[in-house]
Every structure is written in structure tokens, then in C-alpha cells.
Design a protein around this ligand. Structure first.
Ligand SMILES: [Zn+2]
Length: 128
């Protein structure tokens, strides 16, 4: 059976969903070497300083300093929908052993890894 574990979700997977999400309205990503760059979705800016880096499996903004991994970005793509159900509906493949509790636990771990005390919320800028 084709599928992945939640821990195996990569930035490449997130990019697929990105192009299909409400964020398209706020930023368009351009390929630059191995990375994708565009206007930051976490703060207002005129010159792109937001990068998705598939090789490092993270995203970073040199403007506001936010950095994170695939799950944090995915959780932000969900807009007002529950991130767990959003991801479940959007991914092209099945996630093995995909439970809501497990997702929330991994998301928290990723936030700790990147030193984020709380989940940044894209709706902050989209409501401006
Ligand atoms: Zn930023």
C-alpha cells in the first residue's frame, strides 16, 4: 500500500498543497536554485524574504525570522479548518497510523525544535 508516516511528510509534499491553498492569493513562490521564494505569509513585506528549502526540509523568513518545518507550514495552510482534517483531505497519499493526537504531538515537537512557543497564524496577515 502506497503511503507515508506523518513523520515522513516533506516540504515537497507541502509545496503541492501550498499551490492549492488559500495562500496563493497572498504569495506566489518562485523557484530559485533548490529553494522556493516569495512574499512572507507571516508578515507584510514588499520584497520576498520567505524561503521554502526542500533540501533542509524547512522554511525560513529573513524578514521576521520565523522558521519551521513541514507540519507547521501545513497547519498554517489549513486556514480556519482543523489542520488534522485539512491535511488528511489534501495529501495525495495515505498517511499510515494517522491519528489526531499523534499529529498534535508531532506538531508540538516541531514547534519546540524551531523554538516557537506557539503556532504562528497566517490569518494574522490575511485579515489585514
Ligand atoms: Zn516573514
Amino acid at each position: 500500500m502506497h503511503g507515508k508516516f506523518l513523520e515522513e511528510i516533506t516540504m515537497e509534499d507541502v509545496l503541492d498543497i501550498f499551490y492549492d491553498s488559500h495562500l496563493r492569493k497572498y504569495t506566489s513562490l518562485k523557484k530559485q536554485g533548490p529553494n522556493y521564494t516569495g512574499l512572507c505569509i507571516f508578515h507584510k513585506e514588499r520584497k520576498p524574504s520567505f524561503y521554502i528549502r526542500p533540501l533542509k526540509n524547512d522554511f525560513v523568513c529573513y524578514g521576521c525570522g520565523i522558521r519551521g518545518g513541514p507540519l507547521i507550514l501545513l497547519a498554517n495552510l489549513s486556514n480556519n479548518e482543523d489542520p488534522f482534517y485539512f491535511i488528511k483531505g489534501k495529501l495525495k497519499y495515505e498517511i499510515k497510523d494517522f491519528e489526531k493526537e499523534q499529529f498534535e504531538e508531532l506538531l508540538l515537537k516541531e514547534q519546540e525544535k524551531f523554538g516557537l512557543r506557539e503556532l504562528f497564524n497566517v490569518s494574522l496577515i490575511s485579515s489585514v
